[in-house]
Design a binder for this molecule. Structure first.
Ligand SMILES: Cc1cc2nc3c(=O)[nH]c(=O)nc-3n(C[C@H](O)[C@H](O)[C@H](O)COP(=O)(O)O)c2cc1C
Length: 329
């Protein structure tokens, strides 16, 4: 059954969704996620207590995390019943942002397989509106709330405002398509104060999400500063900045399987260098059971996934969990 539905989605993706203009394909995909009660089907889940992991002391039923992209709570609610061990909400800024004009997301065929490039520009309703949206969201699995900002005060405001609605809090210092966040890695010494302020603003476990574009800075400055501030979870990482003339900003963040080789190297190196002083989420290009297995074997505590959910389909989490079971336990 899982195999048949999976093949059906892939045929639909290749034959229909991937041929439509991106905007229409996104509208259809998100309509389906909002309105079709996929979360009520047992098909998407593989429930087995032996798959559980802990992240910052929070128990996740399995090590697969839907990575940050959706802010619509109707979609987050469905995703919580679709096999994920935790679900991440989109990075929220203090005030609402319209995001960048379209086109702000395009498909890309890379040598490694299908990916996306986006310059979404943090389209989000802002802190106050999002607090109200999250208030009614039940947590079938842990929810990770996420913050983006330009200053320590921005992060503190969003973290303090959202923390009561999340089981963990992620601070995004790495999305490449606005100066808003990407600039942090060019002045990493200022992050020490951001990390301290955020750590003091919440008792929830904090995750810092870093960029694959700044390897040396990450490992020499950013990660040590996070650890010193008492932030013990690193999400490595976000999209990679690329030129993309089809986008309104002419640059964007590449996601999907082209990132995987770097993700794997980053995880292996960081685990070797920092040992068990940190917990590590491997994000970037994980779109198959084999890649998830390799990321976990390289030292990841959990795997973050977004693009694979679109290009390989909503049964990806289930297929990975089925495969992890005999190999991992
Ligand atoms: C359209 C789009 C929007 C995204 N928005 C966010 C965001 O708001 N905050 C964030 O930390 N990451 C964001 N990401 C990055 C993903 O969470 C993830 O880190 C990245 O896509 C790499 O993983 P993947 O190859 O599995 O997609 C976004 C990615 C895409 C494609």
């Amino acid at each position: 059954m899982v195999g048949a539905v999976d093949l059906l989605y892939r045929a639909l993706y290749r034959g229909v969704l991937a041929r439509m203009p991106e905007r229409a394909a996104i509208a259809i995909g998100q309509w389906g996620l909002r309105h079709v009660p996929l979360d009520r089907l047992g098909l998407f889940r593989h429930e087995d207590p032996r798959l559980a992991v802990t992240l910052g002391g929070v128990k996740l039923p399995n090590p697969l995390i839907l990575s940050s992209m959706y802010y619509d709570t109707a979609i987050l609610r469905r995703a919580m019943g679709m096999g994920w061990g935790a679900v991440t909400a989109k990075s929220i800024t203090p005030g609402p942002r319209p995001g960048h004009p379209e086109p702000n997301l395009v498909r890309i065929e890379t040598a490694e397989g299908p990916g996306l490039v986006n310059c979404n520009g943090f389209k989000n309703p802002g802190l106050e509106a999002y607090r109200q949206a999250l208030a009614g969201l039940p947590h079938r699995v842990p929810l990770i709330v996420a913050a983006a900002g330009e200053s320590a005060e921005d992060y503190v405001r969003v973290v303090a405002g959202l923390q009561e609605f999340g089981d963990l809090v992620e601070i995004n210092i790495s999305s490449p398509n606005t100066r808003l966040v990407y600039g942090w890695s060019t002045r990493p010494h200022e992050l020490k104060d951001v990390f301290r302020a955020v750590r003091a603003a919440t008792r929830k476990p904090v995750i810092v999400k870093i960029s694959p574009d700044f390897r040396e800075t990450n490992e020499e400055i950013t990660i040590p500063a996070a650890l010193d501030a008492g932030i013990g979870i690193v999400n490595y990482g976000n999209t990679r900045r690329v030129e993309e003339p089809r986008l309104s900003q002419h640059t964007g963040g590449l996601s999907g399987p082209a990132l995987f080789a770097t993700t794997l190297e980053n995880v292996r190196r960081v685990r070797e260098r920092f040992g068990d002083r940190l917990e590590l989420i491997a994000t970037g290009g994980i779109d198959s059971p084999e890649k998830a297995r390799r990321a976990l074997a390289a030292g990841a505590t959990a795997c973050g996934i977004f693009t694979g959910f679109i290009t390989r389909g909503p049964l990806l989490a289930r297929r990975i969990l089925d495969a992890l079971q005999p190999a991992g336990k």
